[in-house]
Design a protein around this ligand. Structure first.
Ligand code: GGG
Length: 351
């Protein structure tokens, strides 16, 4: 069987971490007698500067012609961030209706963290991925008058909440049976109380899952103070985005957190990406940590039914990360992106 993968290296460190990841995925599949066929797409900031759009208008149909997409990062200092983020990753999430963004965070043995007592942390954030504060509703009134008025409207529909909640409950059932819904229903009195009510309703179909509802500010504190008390978290688009960066830091930093943009229960190809952005400050230096991208690749393999290949990638990565000589500078080491990628590949091939 051949996996047809659309590869979007994107901007900044994106191409570097993707280049370290693709050979690992290919080797993992080949070990199982499968093949990886890649189509590289030049979407991102350079294309925006050249052609006025980060991806073609029919970008989603290009992705649909593949089994999945691996995306690096988007963003460059000479283009307004929202142009590229909307023109590429949020655009793809909306066009493909990728309802949820799954963001697992795990503390790997041997990987240092700036937060104390994180051993054994293993949680998953399920982020609603098409609406909320990132739905794109609003406008700019009185533009250029000196009294400019920005209006950003958050949208929370029962449909979007239900499908994210269904996925989060199912995930909790497969894990420890605990789900924390993160909202802010004390200060925001429309959308988040709807979240609370709809998620409680969905919970009635999942009686084995223990649901708690936590305010986002309290969750931020708890994530640092007692991260092991958490298993599956469900959050809207904005809170899920913010909390997943915080969670990544528990595991050693932004270079450690993978993600999957998926439409559960469908055959729509998922878009898999490290949670981190393009990191222009270190781009081109070959020192970005490819772990998040490699783990995103493992999620992709799992979702396509190549569980043995995914397991091989995760185990090789975990073993590689126990040795400080393989750590990139964000983890306190001096390994390069390609050295860490090659070490994972070597570990996998010699197992
Ligand atoms: N690799 C992910 C990336 O480049 N992210 C840029 C970003 O800010 N994305 C916004 C989002 O995830 O909602």
């Amino acid at each position: 069987m051949t996996v047809r993968l659309a590869v979007i290296p994107g901007d900044g460190v994106g191409p570097e971490v993707v280049a370290a990841t693709v050979p690992v995925l290919r080797a993992a599949l080949e070990q199982q007698g499968e093949r990886l066929e890649t189509t590289e797409l030049d979407w991102g900031g350079e294309r925006f500067l050249r052609e006025g759009a980060a991806m073609p208008a029919d970008g989603a149909s290009t992705i649909r012609a593949h089994d999945a997409a691996l995306f690096g990062a988007v963003g460059r200092p000479d283009v307004p961030d929202h142009e590229l983020v909307w023109g590429l990753i949020i655009g793809l999430r909306q066009q493909l209706d990728l309802a949820v963004n799954i963001r697992p965070v795990r503390a790997f043995p041997g990987v240092p963290s700036k937060v104390r007592d994180v051993e054994g942390v293993d949680l998953v954030i399920v982020r609603e991925n098409t609406e909320g504060e990132y739905v794109g509703a609003g406008g700019l009134a009185h533009a250029g008058t000196g009294h400019d008025l920005g209006i950003e409207v958050a949208v929370h529909s029962r449909r979007a909440i239900e499908r994210a909640a269904e996925h989060a409950f199912s995930l909790a059932e497969q894990r420890t049976g605990r789900l924390a819904l993160v909202t802010k229903s004390n200060a925001m009195k429309h959308g988040y109380p709807l979240w609370d009510a709809v998620v409680r309703e969905v919970g009635q179909r999942h009686p084995d899952v223990e649901l708690e509802i936590v305010l986002v500010d309290a969750m931020a504190a708890r994530m640092v103070q007692s991260p092991r008390s958490l298993d599956v978290l469900l959050a809207g688009n904005l809170f899920g985005d913010i909390l997943s960066d915080l969670a990544a830091v528990l595991a050693g930093g932004m270079g450690m957190a993978p993600s999957a943009n998926i439409l559960p229960g469908s055959d729509v190809p998922g878009v898999y990406e490290p949670v981190h952005g393009s990191a222009p400050d270190i781009a081109g230096r070959g020192i970005a940590n490819p772990t998040a991208c490699i783990l995103s690749g493992a999620m992709l393999l799992d979702d396509l039914g190549h569980e043995a290949a995914a397991k091989a990638v995760r185990e090789a990565l975990a073993a590689t990360l126990t040795t400080p000589v393989n750590h990139t500078p964000d983890l306190g080491g001096s390994a390069s992106t390609s050295q860490l990628g090659a070490a994972v590949l070597h570990e996998m091939e010699t197992r």
